[in-house]
Design a protein around this ligand. Structure first.
Ligand code: SAH
Ligand code: SF4
Ligand code: F3S
Length: 549
């Protein structure tokens, strides 16, 4: 097998999907590196090509299928390469994928990533002939466990074995993810995640705090806690302990267990308490954030901890998915529009400077025009800084695909999607505008030549809006379109040339800091990864403009 200048086998790893997958890929990289593999950027020469895939929408899967085709061509040309599919798609498609894509050598689900090195090793030694040795999938075993302790949790070891080397290849990294909960028990009817990621399992708070501390010691400035529904984190102490007395990950308590007060003498760590512990016990962590929040059962205790702990970012990503009660019910979300709005009210009462973001699905089966309008009005009722808007995609294995016909035509989904993007731009603009004139702190992430990228993005936005208007008479006749302005005042205020430092506020608002000629002479690389104080001078729907203070 060719491996360039050294004997170490080379690996190309590409990641699709959510932050969970990004973290998984990071752990896989650390694990494989410690075993002598070397990572490269070119899939056309790597000895091992891995795709860490996402199944959440058909489009996400199609991207991965295209990649599999390309690696297939390498194989056809007689090159020796091991092709592995990791993540949610491997778990969802299962062994079936091996039939449809014979070029795939191995499949490894997100719950089995600790077994990946053995799979690769096996494929390299035997050419992957043994089918059983090519698969590491959880099937439904994560839901069969009847004990509270998650069955022999090797995956926990993968999280714990994370490389903390301040001189290693990830040393420059200033922002890191830490998992608190795996899997999901919500079973929203459209969603594959409960199938691909398995049952909800909570990691012990001690392990989480320890991981945060070690990351900060290695130079990390910002930590984002990860879970599908982080506010439902709940760890009951003393129930899942190994032979050495160490706490183990534990299966989620279910809704009734979650809502019940702990019995006399039982010690429980709630999400609020977990945040408080990290804030207290890792005092040099500058920013603590979390995603994703579920709009139901988001307690005041969490908001109170956020209000009391200055280094916890006042930012909540809590997807509403729809503004229609009938659709929310069909989605099995477990809350109403009114409850969502009451949740947002509580957030702003306790945290007036909080930013709020979310996700929306348009064209869920049976969604009528009137129900879509309720989503439009929900967007207008909440000062969302942004919403990711998705067209409903029927997913095999979900309840919705069996229960409903995908009866909203794609053209209608597209129209609703475009309309909502326009409405969201206006709402985003208002959410950004309220920061103009204020002083905030920004974590600098990169330097940019001002102009080039902004201009391109602004022009693309304008072009797509104009196209939408030109082609889509339905947009023009929609009552919202009267209110829709040309959205990007890109030429206002800010200088048109020079260097910008770009980063995010604690509320996750992307901020471009325009540096003066004098400032641009300073050590700009040294700014990256630091938190700086700025004054906001201007904004567009997706960007704050600022000056260093
Ligand atoms: N756990 C998070 C969401 C994880 S999936 C939550 O409940 O909020 C990320 C987003 O993908 C979802 O919020 C939803 O908006 C979108 N999504 C999930 N399944 C989808 C589907 N079948 N079609 C379209 N969008 C989908
Ligand atoms: Fe999917 Fe719902 Fe779980 Fe989010 S809460 S991951 S949308 S099932
Ligand atoms: Fe995709 Fe799996 Fe994440 S389906 S969104 S990679 S949990």
């Amino acid at each position: 097998m060719s491996s360039g200048t050294t004997d170490a086998p080379t690996v190309y790893l590409e990641t699709f999907g959510c932050q969970m997958n990004e973290l998984d890929s990071e752990l896989v990289r650390g694990h494989l590196r410690s075993l002598g593999y070397r990572f490269v950027d070119d899939f056309t020469t790597a000895d091992v090509v891995l795709y860490n895939t996402c199944s959440v929408r058909e489009q996400a899967e199609n991207k991965a299928y295209t990649r599999l085709g390309l690696v297939g061509l390498r194989k056809k040309a007689g090159q020796e390469v091991i092709l592995g599919v990791l993540g949610c798609m491997a778990e969802r498609d299962g062994a079936d994928m091996l039939k449809r894509f014979p070029q795939v050598d191995l499949l490894c689900g997100p719950g089995e990533l600790d077994r990946l090195p053995a799979l690769i090793d096996n494929a390299r030694r035997t050419g992957g002939a043994q089918r059983a040795e090519r698969l590491a999938l959880a099937g439904d075993k994560s839901r069969r466990s009847s004990t509270l302790a998650a069955a022999a949790d090797n995956l926990e070891l993968l999280d714990l074995s994370r490389a903390f080397d301040p001189t290693g290849p990830d040393a420059h990294r200033k922002s890191a993810y830490v998992r608190i909960t795996r899997g999901c028990n919500k079973f929203c009817t459209y969603c594959v995640v409960p199938n691909t990621r398995g049952a909800e399992v909570h990691r012990p708070p001690g392990s989480i705090v320890d991981e945060c501390r070690r990351l900060v010691d290695a130079g990390v400035v910002e930590i984002t806690l990860l879970g599908q529904t982080v506010n439902h984190y709940r760890y009951t102490h003393g129930l899942a302990v190994d032979d050495a007395g160490r706490e183990q990950p534990q299966v989620g308590p279910g809704l009734a267990g979650f809502r019940a007060a702990p019995a006399e003498g039982v010690n429980v760590t709630s999400f609020a308490r977990l945040l408080e512990r990290i804030h207290e016990e890792v005092p040099s962590l500058q920013r603590l954030r979390f995603v994703t929040s579920y709009p139901r059962d988001f307690g005041d205790d969490i908001l109170e901890v956020m209000a009391a702990c200055p280094r916890i970012c006042r930012y909540i990503h809590a997807p509403a998915q729809s503004g229609s009660n009938r659709i929310l019910k069909a989605m099995n979300r477990g809350y109403t529009r009114e409850e969502y709005l009451a949740f947002v009210d509580r957030v702003f009462k306790k945290l007036p400077d909080c930013t709020i973001a979310g996700d929306i699905i348009v064209g869920f089966p049976t969604e009528t025009d009137a129900e879509f309008e309720e989503t439009v009005s929900l967007l207008r009722a909440v000062p969302f800084k942004n919403n990711y808007i998705f067209k409903y995609s029927p997913r095999p294995g979900t309840v919705a695909i069996d229960r409903f016909k995908d009866d909203v035509p794609n053209e209608v989904k597209k129209l609703r999607n475009n309309l909502l993007l326009n409405v969201q731009s206006e709402v985003s603009r208002a959410a950004h505008e309220q920061w103009v004139g204020k002083r905030v702190s920004v974590l600098v992430e990169e330097l940019r030549d001002h102009g080039a990228r902004e201009e391109r993005a602004a022009e693309a936005t304008e072009r797509s809006l104009e196209n939408a208007r030109a082609k889509n008479s339905a947009i023009l006749t929609h009552p919202e379109s009267k209110k829709i302005q040309l959205l990007w005042d890109r030429r206002q205020g800010s200088p048109r040339t020079g260097v910008q430092a770009v980063g995010r506020t604690a509320g996750d608002l992307v901020t471009a800091i325009n540096l003066t000629a004098e400032q641009a002479k300073l050590d700009l690389q040294g700014l990256i990864g630091t938190v700086v104080e700025v004054e906001i001078t201007n904004c567009s729907p997706m960007l704050l403009q600022a000056q260093l203070k």
